[in-house]
Design a binder for this molecule. Structure first.
Ligand code: SF4
Length: 657
């Protein structure tokens, strides 16, 4: 067996209460690495089309990356895979923290659950398989308390746990799976899949380490990166990271855009985490405002509002930094609110996506309330993006008269009313009153409400939209609609292409100039090939277990890491081929489910139909068809339908029959 992996996965049948280890060939790992790549291949081979996402036949997998627990920097992520109940399509979600290396030390390269337990259980995975244990006493607990209770019960403080909270137990379609108190595998609604299987938690313990092909080469690669990191960001990066507010005001007005620099973003992450660019993003039009209908500098202006949710304002609450496993950067943090009505002793620092979803999207500038909302979501196991988008939708419905106070349990839903937003999210967690209407996200809620409310439901194929407005960077529109996981902001974009300086590695993909005319963003043809390359690389790196911030802040060389760890002779181009295979297989999964990829689109508002008449996005209407067609073509998928061609499948060794 290859280095970097154990060569086997664990299958658990919850109905029969049995388990079985299955060996995988080295070719399997070479083709799909680990993480959601491996997960996609396992589900492709083992799941029927038309499976009910909340039924016993849906397979739910927990898969660490191929590089996880090898000593490679940034390699501590795992992925949850399964058919998404939100979209009816391929679903996956990633999380960091410390669960992934612990999972790998069980000696399995993935744990796949099928069937359904007869009562609430947790699955304890160890080196010799698993035990299915009663979890009645864990019902209603937060993921963090679940971990503590399991550790106490088994008298083992080294056990790591990924769990659902009350939202997942109540099958909220926007529920998630949480580890380390607040690192969430948040998207695709996979918390509901776990809840439907009556599995409260996966607990893992073990001490099996994988072997590494060339430890000294791995150390050299790590050392070279750490030397670059220690040398610090350039003077320009430090300047830019320290003055994003002024830069944003200037850039908003200029007809030119500056290349997004990976070094600057690394410095922002190191100082502030993802909150570093919050005010910047609102000002320039990246962060959506008022349910994607507002304009940053008028509706949520920097001097009075967005600065309260950004960089220095956030860091004031930070007690210590949080580093995921093997991470030298530590963009995370632990915050507390010492007093006041939103007092909290300890919570993970809200990420940019959370700040924007409960902040600019809802016109809420009360940071302490957002820390509280983050806490509520982390303890309930609720996706903060989906929850924020759902709240904004509800407020707009109320404002437009599509929801009345008799339907909201007497709550007067108003933009920026932090107390009401908190009350609404608590009700969603409890599925109480209006909370039950909203607990499954905006698509389901708008279908129930009717009355034209669907025009305010900001989702793509059922998944709530992330916090990067595609009218600001149209290639996010491509990612949200043409990738196999809709509404995903961590897959590909022009912005990432620039940050990674992919033009240096692949000059044939065109140059990422330092200054470009803003209007060139809205030249729609020709963007497919560079974006497809980014997407392929992200697919491979994610499946290897790498944090995406390692890719966009300067770059850990995936090809060299794979050689050092697994001993494979792979080039950067080979990494793209692996990513292409993973991307294409997931697309095949969707096609097998009867999905028509080309039919997936953005809400009119996000397309710019009609265009805004003021602000940095004024006049923008996206030509999504051209963007998607170019992206499909670059991947060897049919330009019109988005279905992978036979030639593409053959070149990647995918049997689609
Ligand atoms: S950069 Fe942030 S998210 Fe990525 S591994 Fe480090 S702490 Fe975790």
């Amino acid at each position: 067996m290859s280095n970097g992996c154990h060569g086997k996965i664990l299958w658990v049948d919850l109905t029969e209460r049995t388990f079985e280890a299955r060996d995988l060939s080295e070719t399997f790992y070479r083709d799909y690495l680990g993480g959601h790549g491996l997960g996609a291949k396992v589900l492709w081979d083992n799941q029927r089309a038309g499976t009910d996402p909340l039924g016993p036949d849906n397979v739910l997998g927990f898969v660490p990356g191929l590089l996880t627990d090898t000593g490679a920097l940034y390699s501590g992520r795992y992925m949850v895979v399964g058919k998404s109940p939100l979209t009816g399509m391929w679903g996956d979600a990633k999380s960091g923290g410390y669960f992934s290396p612990a999972l790998k030390r069980t000696g399995y390269d993935g744990v796949f659950l099928r069937g359904k337990a007869s009562q609430l259980v947790y699955v304890l995975v160890g080196e010799d398989g698993c035990e299915i244990k009663d979890a009645a006493h864990l019902a209603g607990l937060s993921p963090e308390d679940t971990e503590s209770a399991i550790r106490r019960e088994l008298q083992d403080n080294k056990i790591k746990v990924a769990a659902i909270g009350p939202a997942g137990e109540r099958l909220s379609l926007i529920s998630c799976i949480v580890n380390d108190g607040g690192r969430a595998a948040a998207r695709s609604g996979l918390g509901a899949v776990m809840g439907a299987k009556l599995v409260k938690a996966i607990a893992v313990r073990g001490d099996r380490r994988v072997t590494v092909h060339d430890e000294s080469r791995l150390k050299e690669i790590n050392d070279a990166y750490l030397t670059r990191l220690k040398a610090g960001a350039s003077f320009m990066d430090r300047m830019a990271a320290g003055d994003t507010h002024r830069a944003a005001k200037m850039l908003r007005k200029l007809p030119v855009a500056m290349r997004t620099e990976g070094g600057t973003y690394a410095e922002l992450l190191r100082r502030y985490g993802t909150s570093g660019a919050m005010a910047y993003s609102v000002e320039v039009g990246d962060a959506p405002v008022k349910n994607f209908d507002g304009v940053g500098f008028t509706d949520f202006d920097m001097d009075s509002k967005s600065w309260r949710l950004s960089d220095e304002s956030v860091i004031k609450y930070q007690k210590k930094k949080f580093f995921c496993h093997s991470c030298p950067l530590g963009c995370g943090g632990i915050v507390s609110v010492p007093d006041g009505k939103y007092k909290i002793d300890k919570e993970h620092k809200p990420e940019y996506e959370t700040l924007a979803a409960f902040g600019s999207l809802c016109l809420n500038d009360d940071l302490e309330s957002i820390i509280m909302l983050n806490h509520i979501c982390n303890t309930a196991g609720l996706d903060t993006i989906s929850a924020g988008v759902t709240v904004a939708f509800a407020i707009e419905c109320f404002e437009k008269g599509m929801l009345s106070s008799s339907e909201t349990d007497g709550l007067e839903l108003k933009w920026g009313d932090a107390d009401v937003i908190i009350e609404l999210v608590k009700k969603m967690v409890a599925r109480e009153g209006v909370g039950d209407l909203l607990a499954d996200g905006v698509k389901v809620a708008s279908e129930k409400i009717g009355r034209g409310s669907e025009q305010f439901a900001m989702h793509v194929a059922g998944q709530e939209a992330p916090m990067h407005d595609p009218r600001f960077d149209p290639t996010f529109g491509t990612a949200y609609t043409a990738e196999p996981t809709p509404a995903r902001h961590t897959t590909s974009s022009r912005t990432y292409f620039e940050m990674m300086r992919f033009d240096k590695r692949f000059p044939e993909l065109g140059k990422a100039g330092q200054l470009t005319l803003k209007k060139s963003k809205y030249k729609y043809s020709g963007k497919g090939a560079p974006q497809a390359a980014v997407s392929e690389y992200f697919q491979a790196a994610s499946s290897a277990g790498l944090c995406m911030f390692s890719l966009i802040t300067g770059g850990i060389p995936l090809d060299e890491l794979l050689h050092a760890v697994a001993g494979w002779e792979v080039t950067l181009r080979d990494c793209l081929t692996i990513g292409h295979r993973i991307l294409t297989l997931r697309q095949c999964y969707n096609v097998r489910e009867g999905i028509s990829p080309a039919s997936i689109t953005l809400p009119d508002r996000m397309l710019g139909r009609p265009p805004q008449d003021k602000g940095p996005l004024a006049g923008v209407t996206l030509d999504l068809e051209t963007l998607k067609g170019d992206f499909y073509t670059a991947l060897g998928w049919d330009a019109r339908t988005g279905v992978p061609s036979q030639e593409c499948l053959e070149s990647l060794g995918i049997e689609a029959g």
